[in-house]
Design a protein around this ligand. Structure first.
Ligand SMILES: *Cc1c(COP(=O)(O)O)cnc(C)c1O
Length: 367
C-alpha cells in the first residue's frame, strides 16, 4: 500500500493554540484551573446554553448524562443505529437497552415517523444523534418526547455549530453532549462538553465527573459514586483557543464541502450530501453515496493514490458484540444498512487545498 498523501481528517492547530497550552505548562495549575471555567463559560455562550461541564471525552460526557438522568437497569432508550458506537455504548455502561429506530435516507438521522412505534412502558428517553454535521428533525422529536414524557439527550458530538430553525445543536433537549477528538470541528486532543439549561443537572454531572465531590467539599469526601472524567487544564486552554476561531474553521469546512459538491455533481453512480429543510451543516465529514455497488473497490483504489477515505458508518446493530448480546441480524434496520453499504467519507479538514480537492475528484471520476 502506498502512503497517505491526503488524510481523511486533520486537526487545525496554530500558534495561538500552542501559546495557550504552553502558558498552562508555565504555571502550576495543570488541572481545575481558570481555563476550565473559561472554556465552559465560552462554550455555553457559543451554543447559547445556560452552562457547560467539560469532561475528558465525548463518550465520558454521554455516560455521565445517562447516569445523571437516572437511566439504568432494563430501561429502554430510543436511538439511531447509524452512528458511532459511543452513542449506544453509553447506555450499555448503565445496563440500559438501546432501542434502535431506522433513519431517514436523506439526512441519515433518526426517522421521527418511526419513533412512536418503538416506545414501550420501559422507554425513558430519546437519544438523538445529529450525524455528520447536520441536525435531526427536532420539532417532531420534541413533540413525541413531550407526549410520552421522555427525556431528550442530544449527541451533538459531530454537529458543533449546526443549527435547526436558527437554534444550535445540543440546546433543544434536556441536555447536549459534544466531543473534541482531533477529527471534530474543534479539538482539545481528547475532551468533551455537556451543555444544559438545567442548573441542577449541571451540578450533578460536575459532581459525577469529579469522584462525586461537590463544590466546596473536602477533597477526600465523596457523597455519591463518581468517576474521574475531568478535563485537564492544557486541554481546556486548547479548547478556549480553538473556540475563538471555530466560526472561521466551520466556514472553511463549508468551502471544502461546496467545492466537492460542485466537482462531483454530475456522476451517475455518486450522490452528494442532502441537507434537510431549516438546517445548516457544519461538515464533520463529507459523505457521498456510491450507488453502483463498488464502494469498497473505490476505497482501495483511492488508497493506492494516497487518498484516505472511509466507509462512514457501519450500522451499530451489526457490530459483532451487539449481534452477540442482542441477537440483531441483517435486515433489522434496512435503511441504515443500505446507507452503511453505500456511504464514503472523503478527506475533510480545515485548509484542504483546492488542488487536492481537484485531485481527489479527478481520481474518483476516473474510476
Ligand atoms: C466523536 C463522537 C462521540 C464522542 O467520541 P469521543 O472520542 O469519546 O470524544 C460520540 N458520539 C458520536 C456520534 C461521535 O461521532
Amino acid at each position: 500500500m502506498s502512503s497517505v498523501k491526503i488524510p481523511i481528517a486533520k486537526p487545525f492547530v496554530d500558534d495561538n493554540d500552542r501559546e495557550a497550552v504552553l502558558s498552562v505548562l508555565k504555571s502550576d495549575i495543570l488541572s481545575q484551573g481558570p481555563y476550565l471555567l473559561e472554556f465552559e463559560k465560552n462554550f455555553a455562550k457559543f451554543v447559547s446554553s445556560f452552562g457547560g461541564c467539560a469532561v475528558s471525552s465525548g463518550t465520558a460526557g454521554l455516560h455521565l448524562v445517562v447516569k445523571a438522568l437516572g437511566i439504568g437497569d432494563g430501561d429502554e432508550v430510543i436511538t439511531s443505529p447509524f452512528s458511532f458506537v459511543a452513542s449506544s455504548n453509553c447506555l450499555l455502561y448503565e445496563r440500559a437497552r438501546p432501542v434502535f429506530v431506522d433513519i431517514e435516507e436523506t439526512t441519515f438521522n433518526i426517522d421521527p415517523n418511526k419513533i412512536e412505534g418503538a416506545i414501550t412502558k420501559k422507554t425513558k428517553a430519546i437519544l438523538v444523534i445529529h450525524i455528520f454535521g447536520q441536525m435531526a428533525q427536532m420539532d417532531k422529536i420534541l413533540k413525541i418526547a413531550k407526549r410520552y414524557n421522555l427525556a431528550v439527550i442530544e449527541d451533538a458530538c459531530e454537529s458543533l455549530g449546526a443549527k435547526y430553525k436558527g437554534k444550535d445543536a445540543g440546546t433543544f433537549g434536556d441536555v447536549g453532549v459534544f466531543g473534541f477528538f482531533p477529527n471534530k470541528q474543534m479539538t482539545t486532543g481528547e475532551g468533551g462538553m455537556i451543555v444544559s439549561n438545567s442548573k441542577k443537572l449541571l451540578e450533578l454531572v460536575k459532581s459525577l465527573r469529579n469522584q462525586g465531590r461537590n463544590d466546596g467539599d473536602n477533597w477526600l469526601e465523596s457523597k455519591i459514586l463518581g468517576y474521574n472524567y475531568r478535563l485537564d487544564e492544557m486541554s481546556a486552554a486548547l479548547g478556549v483557543s480553538q473556540l475563538n476561531k471555530l466560526p472561521i474553521m466551520i466556514e472553511d469546512r463549508k468551502r471544502v464541502a461546496m467545492s466537492y459538491n460542485q466537482k462531483l455533481a454530475n456522476i451517475k453512480w455518486l450522490k452528494t450530501p442532502e441537507i434537510g429543510n431549516d438546517r445548516t451543516h457544519t461538515w464533520f465529514v463529507y459523505v457521498v453515496r456510491i450507488i453502483n455497488g463498488k464502494r469498497n473497490i473505490l476505497i482501495k483504489r483511492l488508497a493506492e493514490k494516497g487518498i484516505q477515505t472511509r466507509n462512514y458508518l457501519p450500522s451499530i446493530h451489526l457490530q459483532p458484540f451487539m449481534k452477540k448480546v442482542f441477537g440483531y441480524k441483517n435486515g433489522d434496520f434496512p435503511v441504515s444498512e443500505k446507507v452503511s453499504s453505500e456511504t464514503l467519507a472523503l478527506p475533510m479538514f480545515v485548509g484542504l487545498e483546492m488542488k487536492d480537492i481537484k485531485y481527489i475528484c479527478a481520481e474518483i471520476k476516473q474510476i
